[in-house]
Design a binder for this molecule. Sequence first.
Ligand code: DAH
Length: 398
Amino acid sequence: RAYPRDKLTNVTPSILSKTTRQLYLQQYHPISILRNCIESYFDKFHHFNSFSPIVTTVQNFDELGFPANHPGRSTTDSYYINNSIMLRTHTSAHQRQAFKTGAEKFLISADVYRRDEIDTCHYPVFHQMEGAQIFSINKAIEEIACDMQISTSQQYRHINTDDNTVISTTNPIQPCHPIEVANATISHLKYSLNELVKMLFIDEKNLQVRWVDAYFPFTSPSWEMEIFYQGKWLEVCGCGVIEQDILNNAGQPDKIGWAFGLGLERIAMVLFNIPDIRLFWSKDPRFINQFTSNEIIKFKPFSKYPSCIKDLSFWMNNDKEHEFHITNFCEIVRDIAEDLVEDVKLIDDFMHPKTKKRSLCFRINYRSMDRTCTNEEINGIQDKLRKSVAEKLDVTLR
Ligand code: DAH
């Protein structure tokens, strides 16, 4: 389909080329294996797996109660086709559509798009799974009690889940919800997600999980769930009790429910031992052919190719300084060097004391995942990059 361009258009050919890959549906791709695994855990849930990545800004933001000045709306964070059409930044963009079908528990899996910096854990396209379950407000307490009795978690004693969160005025139960019904919904949400991570991480010794308070415009109360992995707390999912307006507007006014959104790459990198997020996009048989069934297995890294470091520095033209954003720089790098760049770091940022001009220096770490690059090749790319940066960012190269 053709869409008119306008001032907000910032999608690039390289980003658009990703919209047809559908890694989450590709048989035996780690992202798809993980999706399958989560789908089998939520066994009675309806699956929505074919929503288009092209959505309206109303779907992505307004229907979910994002305020007009929310930073997620800015063109430095999101990909716009034009001022009313964009690439979805999260699977929550389809919540209303999904509730409107009448489904009372569902999962939505999809590719989502965000402008971001470049390193081994960030890629402008990644995958999310949205889950939601709603109950009749009148019957919620009984239905939930019954559901939570069915399964027991005796086999998962090695996992330690920490929850020190308390309901407070900064993360409140919605005034329209009876307290006991809201509390039952919250227990069911936390129970469902605790059991999910216990199932997924059954082989990880002494896994630590914690719940922290969070804020999302479309849930209240809201939390994030984090797991402790290799010395760091990793956020795996956001969740909460669905804002009642969303259900009312989707034709479900007598229901109460919870929703969550989880990032599949984060979890897959841990479970499959995948060290670099670019690998998910690789067509190299040495990657793809390691996965031949729906099982979660550890990836055996093939040799790491040499890296080639290049710095690029420039003076900014005074009046443009406030417009500069690192994601704009990274976008140009992605467009020219595609997946040859492992990471980009801002290594110097200073103001000339006399001219008051600002100078920035970026360090670009080139490393292919599947071959050794020649010096000439990298020099050629770096030259092209310099030209493009000078032209698109209106800066003076140093
Ligand atoms: N859409 C959120 C994000 O991408 C994640 C999320 C948070 C989804 C809370 C939910 C939710 O459904 O209830 O950051």
